[in-house]
Design a protein around this ligand. Structure first.
Ligand SMILES: [Zn+2]
Ligand SMILES: [Zn+2]
Length: 284
């Protein structure tokens, strides 16, 4: 299996339009690895896309991926779904009549399917695309796994029950992809010691280099989002062979170079982690 990070930003990508902060200015000037588009990964082998942020069309084109057979959605939040029109761009045939569309299988874990019916018009949009013939919607019950090209994919709920992570298993190798929302998550036994764990970095409540508080202790976001320190605790318990952090928010104010430094300090402290950047490729 080969994981390609199509986008490594969070709800706020880098640069933000018109923002003149140090992080955004550098990203605007230098591009990748400093710039970050919305959260999405592609797993080569099973050939599966996870989530479609706004930049999905651009991300797939940048990666040279012209065909996607299957996609899983992790949860309903806008930063993970608002690039839904990618299925028209990838699959639509607007030349022939009758059209010869391609079709992508869209796997929706149980709660995601339910939430798509309530939020952001996602269900209506997917029904429309299914009626045109661009996608096929497959709803998964919570006990279901999917097999693609010999890879077993198990979606499972994290502590925030509306959000799913995914375990990919192939030839004795295990890959965990948790796209977002790990607040209060205790990694279950079956993900301990995975070969590669991909987790959201968590919010920098404290600047990881200076130690200075960045988010006021009373801010409600700290009662719904995991922090970077909490993520480190999860990794210390889970002990993956390799840990890669993504979903890196602009508001954390950390550049690619800053994160390299954070990684070096954590390694010295016995925790090996790296930070993903757009276009990064990792073999599992
Ligand atoms: Zn997100
Ligand atoms: Zn900025």
């Amino acid at each position: 299996m080969r994981v390609e990070f199509l986008g490594t930003g969070g709800a706020l990508t880098i640069p933000r339009p018109g923002c003149s902060c140090r992080i955004c200015a550098q990203a605007r000037e230098r591009g990748v690895p400093y710039s970050r588009t919305g959260p999405s990964v592609f797993v080569h082998g099973p050939d599966v896309l996870i989530d479609t942020p706004e930049e999905s069309k651009f991300q797939l084109d940048r990666a040279g991926i012209g065909r996607v057979e299957a996609c899983f959605y992790s949860h309903w939040h806008p930063d993970h779904v608002m690039g839904r029109r990618v299925w028209e761009a990838l699959n639509g045939d607007f030349v022939h009549w009758p059209p010869r569309h391609r079709r992508t299988r869209i796997y929706l874990p149980q709660q995601v399917a339910e939430d798509f019916r309530s939020y952001l018009g996602s269900w209506a949009h997917f029904e429309y695309m299914a009626s045109v013939g661009l996608v096929e919607i497959v709803e998964l019950r919570d006990d279901q796994t999917v097999e693609r090209n010999g890879v077993r994919i198990t979606p499972f709920r994290v502590a925030q029950r509306y959000v799913y992570a995914f375990l990919f298993e192939h030839g004795g190798k295990r890959l965990l992809i948790a796209p977002d929302e790990l607040y209060q998550w205790q990694p279950p036994d079956f993900v301990h010691g995975v070969d590669v764990a991909i987790l959201p970095m968590g919010l920098a409540e404290f600047d990881p280099l200076s130690g200075e508080r960045r988010i006021p202790a009373e801010h409600p976001v700290l009662r719904s989002e995991a922090t970077f320190r909490q993520t480190q605790e999860m990794l210390r318990r889970m002990r993956p062979k390799r840990a890669i952090l993504t979903h890196i928010e602009e508001i954390d104010g950390l550049s690619h170079d800053d994160l390299q430094e954070v990684g070096a300090r954590l390694a010295a402290d016995g925790l090996a982690v790296s930070f993903a950047y757009d276009t990064m490729v990792v073999d599992v």
